[in-house]
Design a protein around this ligand. Structure first.
Ligand code: F1P
Length: 346
């Protein structure tokens, strides 16, 4: 996990990375359906990719936990495209799930970090994420690398399908090329994230909320904190909070809102007010020019502005750093959390 501080996104690698998409472009443009299959952090990347691909390519996407998919009897049509996402490339659940789908005629595309791994070899084609080795068990820079590759895939397919305009395509590319320096800005502000972590290091519970592209980031933030601090925590879409989780809120519960500017901004402000009205503590991830959310939150963490489709690449980083600092402050080995393995091969 300490790799998070050293990790960089190398957008320049993507021409090489996406050769597998170029070679099979018609498979993607003609796909009636894409199914993401993955576990853990990689599954969260799949959820964000669902939003990206449906927005840019207008292809229906389903996102399946491989650990369920392999044990049920899913309907696979020949011509379905399965995107298997895995850092290690060795996760047994994902491997078995794609074996089954392949037998039924699906086209398998692996988005994998480990070169030559089992999932890469079983796939018809793929894109390596080139994140470098993850030192810690909990996945961090692999996640941002997966998102980058999946965003580039969506753009390539959308351009070929003409489901986005040339202007929108260029806009996303420009935004993407600026992500590495924006990541750097967030990393250099890590001291203020540590200060917030210090306030909540002894918390007994944590809630993470987000809407749209930031909803899967809330899920990933909850998973990361759970993995490295053992604090029970959960992530939900912000709009779900009134359907149950609000019962947890009192003055001891910290709630983190992933609340960068998007079309749901006003809704998020009222979600925060609902938590504050029940005396909950609120930490919000916001853009620098934000004022409304800043005014109703106990703490804010800033991330530079980008298009909402790419926001997860930035908003996840303060959540990773907060988990890291809370784990360290609790005296835990954040690189080797108890009961977890880097590759779950059974
Ligand atoms: C999936 C995963 C990781 C998690 C942990 C256990 O691995 O759930 O997301 O951090 O290491 O495995 P992978 O298929 O992406 O290698």
């Amino acid at each position: 996990l300490t790799d998070c501080l050293r990790g960089r996104l190398d957008v320049s690698n993507l021409t090489l990375t996406l050769a597998g998409v170029d070679q099979h472009l018609s498979v993607f443009t003609q796909a009636k359906r894409i199914i993401m299959v993955a576990c853990g952090t990689s599954w969260h990347a799949g959820l964000i990719a669902e939003y990206m691909i449906e927005t840019i390519c207008r292809i229906p996407v389903e996102v399946e936990y491989a650990s369920e998919f392999r044990y049920r009897d899913p309907i696979i049509h020949p011509g379905d495209v399965i995107i298997a996402i895995s850092q290690s490339g060795e996760t047994a659940d994902t491997l078995v799930a794609i074996e089954r789908a392949k037998e039924q005629g699906a086209f398998i595309f692996g988005v994998v970090n480990a070169v030559g791994s089992s999932i890469a070899r079983l796939s018809h084609a793929g894109a390596y994420t080139h994140a470098g080795p993850e030192i810690g068990v909990a996945s961090t820079k692999a996640f941002t690398a997966q998102l980058t590759v999946l965003a580039m895939m969506a753009l390539k397919i959308g351009k070929a399908k003409q489901s986005i305009s040339e202007e929108a395509y260029k806009h996303y590319l420009t935004e993407l090329s600026q992500i590495p320096e924006k990541v750097q800005v967030i990393l250099s502000g890590h001291e203020s994230i540590r200060e917030v972590a210090q306030v909540y290091a002894e918390a007994n519970n944590f809630l993470f909320l987000g809407r749209g592209y930031n909803f899967p980031v809330a899920l990933e933030a909850a998973l990361k904190l759970k993995e490295v601090s053992y604090i029970p925590c959960s992530g939900y879409p912000s709009g779900e909070v009134k359907h149950g989780p609000i019962a947890l809120v009192d003055e001891t519960l910290p709630t983190m809102f992933i609340a960068t500017k998007d079309k749901y901004y006003d809704k998020i402000v009222s979600n925060i007010q609902e938590i504050k009205a029940r005396k909950g503590k609120v930490i919000a991830i916001v853009n620098p020019d934000d004022s409304a959310i800043r005014g109703v939150s106990d703490h804010v963490m800033e991330v530079p502005e980008t298009d909402e489709l790419l926001a997860p690449l930035l908003t996840v980083i303060p959540t990773q750093l907060m988990s890291y600092y809370i784990g360290v402050l609790r005296g835990l080995d954040v690189d080797k959390p108890r009961n977890l393995a880097k590759s779950v091969t059974v």
